[in-house]
Design a protein around this ligand. Structure first.
Ligand code: GLN
Length: 249
């Protein structure tokens, strides 16, 4: 086993890739390469093999309702193997449309329901309008800084069951449903969130959290060598300031 080689899978890059979600994979790749890792990214489209046993991290992006409808059958057909991999600790980031499909079910704008794979104990109902704008949350993960910034644009409203841990608390923006101040969900090493952006270039501390888990998942030791992110974190701080009322809006 070559401990300096990482394999990421990008599920449904052709369908689920809104607002530059692919930038999350690029950010993970770069921050791994800058630390001396070789990275392979497998693009996995519907019906393609997904060799979960040889993957160190999984990413799935957001999508419009019609794109979610195009992948949902394939996604649900992979439920058993995905749940087994999540239970083993596969680090995963799922954004917006993919986050919704990790719950029990998702109601598209015309009222029909799509099934999810029920990894997260949540469901997403169709809203009467779209939740659009910039978001700042305080994450529950062990991150520094604890804030995460991003951009949301979703019709669905997500409700967590009691006991389902959110990713964080909304400081600005809508988050899961605009009512309970919760954003995203976390279970094992799977993170679901409404934050596009791309998310990880704006939040390098979350990119490193995921990378460290990917390396730990592969080798048993997730220690990361230090890598500066001065400009990214300055941009991050400016966004937090701006969207929490500290500056220009
Ligand atoms: N189609 C979903 C919704 O509107 C997800 C949108 C997205 O991924 N940005 O809620």
């Amino acid at each position: 086993m070559d401990g300096r080689r990482l394999v990421f899978a990008h599920l449904y890059p052709g369908h689920m890739n809104l607002y530059g979600d692919r930038g999350n994979v690029l950010a993970l790749r770069r921050r791994a390469e800058w630390r001396g890792y070789d990275v392979d990214v497998l693009d996995v489209n519907p019906t393609d093999p997904l060799p979960l046993a040889s993957i160190d991290l999984l990413f799935v992006g957001g999508g419009e309702d019609r794109h979610q409808e195009l992948v949902v059958e394939d996604f649900v057909s992979r439920r058993q193997e995905l749940v087994a991999a999540f239970q083993d600790g596969l680090p995963t980031l799922a954004v917006c449309g993919a986050y919704q499909l990790l719950g029990h079910r998702y109601q598209v704008a015309d009222g029909r329901w799509l099934p999810g794979i029920a990894w997260f104990d949540l469901e997403t109902r169709s809203g009467t309008d779209r939740a659009v704008g910039n978001v700042v949350i305080e994450s529950r993960l062990d991150l520094s800084p604890k804030t995460l910034v991003g951009f949301e644009n979703h019709g669905g409203r997500t409700f967590l069951a009691p006991g389902q841990e959110p990713l964080g608390r909304v400081i600005a923006g809508h988050g899961n449903n605009g009512q309970d101040h919760m954003e995203g969900a976390v279970r094992e090493q799977v993170v679901g969130t409404y934050l596009h952006g791309s998310l990880l270039p704006k939040n390098p501390q979350l990119a490193d959290w995921l990378l460290s888990r990917a390396i730990g998942f592969k080798t048993g030791n997730g220690e990361l060598s230090p890598l500066e992110a001065e400009f990214e974190l300055r941009a991050h701080a400016a966004m937090v300031e701006r969207f929490t009322g500290g500056g220009r809006s």
